[in-house]
Write a protein that binds this ligand. Structure first.
Ligand SMILES: NC(=O)c1ccc[n+]([C@@H]2O[C@H](COP(=O)([O-])OP(=O)(O)OC[C@H]3O[C@@H](n4cnc5c(N)ncnc54)[C@H](OP(=O)(O)O)[C@@H]3O)[C@@H](O)[C@H]2O)c1
Length: 352
């Protein structure tokens, strides 16, 4: 059987803020049968994760794109891979059968064909999903990379102690909203920054943050941090970089820890670089550590049990922001850099 497969490509490399016109919808016929001897798997995509890091892959070739396999550059005109969840509709690989729900690197389109499984690493990218009675979308964000990133970044990189003070930027986003909730439930004092009053109200009213502020209304970012952290910051979970990182360093306590999860304010502007006061870093013995969730998947069991516990007792709020259809992928993606999303941005490509 043959279907028409719609998918999204970039027209050219994107070196500044992305615009919808940078993308193009392509349609090609796709066969749903596998040639004998091929171990490919064809997947009908259900949910696709829309993530800021993809912009770094869309830039003109540069060194960090070689740092790990899924940081690799996106080639203009070619299908874009990204995390998602779908159903196997055809398989030549004995590890998967038709109807399996799977997660892994899918294509930004209606269907995905996994690359020929040449190595264990590639094989590991596709996993069967056990829903555990939870919505499929939870396996894209909460139980996918956003959850692992938030959990590993907070517990393994920041090594919190109960009662410590925690600052989270992009706090109403997918990772930030989870970090704030883990930190509150662990027993920390938590303050978040976000880009609108609506988001600030959500952080304080629904997610239980102790304080929150709209960074777009603060002419000097050091002031709100002084206001909400009169005794200093012990942990800064950085999602944005830029001036926010500089302001946080100035307000850090001795032996403070900064987890550099992402620097989204620098993704769209090559000239923008945080220049934290290194004398502060030195004398306050601040630890600044970049990390990638992919290095922390071995802690998945701990992450899963803690997260399921929080969910079961109704203490965790899962924020999802879902667009519909392959055609909506460009606007969903571009919206991340305008602050359009609240919680995990994903595209629902098809119903199950
Ligand atoms: N290290 C890892 O393994 C890993 C894994 C996943 C994500 N990340 C990183 O973590 C960060 C959050 O990712 P996410 O998936 O959870 O995205 P997200 O926070 O759900 O969405 C991005 C948010 O960033 C904020 N933002 C956009 N442009 C900004 C700017 N110039 N300055 C400040 N804030 C800006 C916007 O919220 P406002 O309205 O608040 O501005 C927007 O909603 C990103 O930097 C991402 O690259 C890292």
């Amino acid at each position: 059987m043959e279907v028409k497969n719609k998918y999204i490509v970039i027209k050219q490399n994107i070196d500044g803020a992305p615009e919808e016109s940078d993308f193009e919808l392509k349609t090609e016929p796709l066969s749903l049968s596998i040639e004998p001897g091929k171990d490919e798997v064809v997947i009908k995509n259900l949910y696709l994760s829309i993530d800021p890091y993809q912009l770094n892959r869309m830039k003109s070739p540069c060194a960090f794109q070689q740092s790990m396999n899924f940081a690799g550059s996106v080639i203009p005109g070619e299908a874009i891979d990204g995390y998602g969840v779908g159903r196997v509709v055809a398989t030549g690989n004995p590890e998967f059968k038709e109807g399996d729900l799977v997660s892994g690197l899918l294509t930004w389109g209606d269907y995905s064909i996994t690359k020929k499984v040449a190595s264990k690493i590639e094989a590991a990218m596709l996993n069967k999903v056990e829903t555990m009675g939870l919505p499929i979308s939870y396996h894209v964000g909460l139980l996918g990379f956003s959850g692992v990133t938030a959990y590993a970044g907070f517990f393994e990189v920041c090594k919190p102690k109960k009662g410590e003070t925690v600052f989270v930027s992009a706090a109403s986003g997918s990772v930030g909203s989870l970090v704030g909730q883990y930190a509150k439930l662990f027993g920390c004092y938590v303050v978040g920054s976000a880009g609108s009053q609506k988001k600030v109200d959500l952080l304080k009213g629904k997610l239980g943050f102790d304080e929150a502020f709209n960074y777009k209304e603060e002419p000097d970012l050091k002031s709100p941090l002084k206001r909400y952290f009169p005794d200093g910051i012990d942990i800064y979970f950085d999602n944005v970089g830029g001036e926010m990182l500089e302001a946080a360093v100035e307000n850090m306590n001795p032996f403070g820890r900064i987890a550099v999860c992402g620097v989204i304010s620098e993704y769209t502007n090559k000239g923008r670089r945080a220049a934290p006061n290194m004398v502060d870093v030195l004398y306050k013995r601040i630890k600044i550590q970049g990390f990638l969730a992919a290095d922390h998947v071995k802690g998945y069991k701990d992450f899963l049990s803690t997260t399921l516990e929080h969910l079961q007792v109704g203490k965790f709020h899962v924020l999802e922001d879902i667009s519909h259809g392959v055609e909506s992928i460009p606007s969903a993606f571009v919206g991340l850099f305008r602050g359009d999303n609240v919680g995990k941005k994903m595209v629902k490509v098809a119903g199950d």
